[in-house]
Write a new protein. Sequence first.
Length: 127
Amino acid sequence: MFQLDLKSRTSIYEQIVDNIKELILADVLPAESKLPSVRELSKVLTVNPNTIQKAYRELEYQGFVYTVAGLGTFVSAAAEKEVDAKRVSEVTEELRRGIRELKFLGMTQERISVLLNELLGERGDLR
């Protein structure tokens, strides 16, 4: 599925969250697909099951997955997700920081605009 960087400053559970989100956003894990059970993923990644459970809870909180008692955890359909104003604000701030860094690295506003348009064009269904 993916590998973890044990030397990273990012916590293990955050790496799991980020990796699963990437798989969902890239449609590797399509809507309604079942995620591995906590125990299964724990064995594959050799991580404590509590860490996997924490990651799944965070993904559920963010609206990327939902859990059905006794059946497992599934990827949410895009239409089911409500806009989380707080998360939108956090991502917007991350974008601001990234744009400031690109400017610091010498990119012009026009080049940054072209780059953003290319990124938006990578996936036609971004909203």
